[in-house]
Design a protein around this ligand. Sequence first.
Ligand code: DOR
Ligand code: ZN
Length: 441
Amino acid sequence: MSSSKTSSAILIRGGRVVDPSRSADALSDVLLDGGVIAEVAAPGKLDAAAKKVRAEFLEADGCVVAPGFIDLHVHLREPGQTHKETIRTGTMAAAAGGFTTVCAMPNTTPVNDTPEWSRWMQDPERGASVRLLPVPAATVGSMGEKLTDYAALKKAGAIAVSDDGKPILEDKIMRACLVAAAKLGLPVSQHAEDTRLTGGCSMHAGDVSFRLGLRGMTIEAESQIVERDIRLLEEIERKEKLRPHLHVQHVSTLKALEAIRAAKKRGLHVTCEVAPHHFALTDEAVFTSAKMNPPLRPESERQACIAALLDGTVDAIATDHAPHAHHEKNVEFERAPNGITGLETALGLALRLLHSQYGMPLEKVLALLTNGPASVFSLTGLGTLKKGASADVCVFDAGKVWAFDAERSLSMSKNTPFHDHAMQGQILWTIASGRVVYSAK
Ligand code: DOR
Ligand code: ZN
């Protein structure tokens, strides 16, 4: 976050404060001062305190005031792929989507596998408008062979390690990775895909891929890695007396969700995230900009994701924001790179589908975007409006239904399948560390 611009005091007045970390849902005022939450109190109660610190006022009547959102999984493309996105533009899109913290995956050029690159990404020079937390590679060059230096990476700000997109296949290496990370209290964030089974595949293996004559990725290519990783957790707990933490990224199948649900019941430290596109779309929506990995699945798998979101198996909604340039995406389907942008459509899809269509309470939707992800990566003082927490807030009109216009996205890339799709909930202000980083007006 740019530290050159200092935050001033702000009083957010008259909004409906929904803060899942405190089970709070009430009309309240929120005073931000010195980059932290100074106080949350009944309407009118903070006027005198606000005057004292010469606070600016934000009128939030009729709006929801929530902790700023946290995205455990984004690709910001820096270093090295700045024709797709930069840390500056990616975090502008984040702010427009209500996110105040984003966790940046390491598949950059070069791969972020060092403390130097992790620090470079967090340098104020990058111009991030929200907090960037690096998730560096678990193995050197994400090659799945030699572990990176987790202690040094943690010191440089890493909050997890991951070889996202290039899952660790060798049992021995994954075991060593889980052990080394457990010793430092770092989660291992795994993209679950047995890439030995998915070579040359460009979508889900099912009726649609059959009709199109495309090679497809099976459900087992995802679930088998999750099951293997869970077996490793059990073995490590038993033999090493350690408590490794496996975080499963963008789960898209019932089988993987069932394995995670059962592992959680057995008390293992497993967490997982689901991406909005996996609860919003199916493989029927396959066209170039709807190509991503894991792929869109059939309706039964989409329903399994929704059920797992509703029953608490899923800890967080994460976007897997994956920008690609138009010329890269605008090619034959099989040749197009995987990935869609997602930061500006996450809330809109979650409210329209999970809340309005499937009845998930607003507080639960927000938990999946705030204290849920915060607890997955142990981000203390984030994802909450508790006194003293970072002044990260988003204010939105929860009832507003609108159509997403990809051309107006603040991301450098426009590769979204959600152009013209209905969204519910419009972000009005995003405040990160006490600074207004997005304003709809
Ligand atoms: O859809 C995806 N895009 N999945 C990945 O695993 C990688 C990501 C990217 O970097 O574009
Ligand atoms: Zn990813």
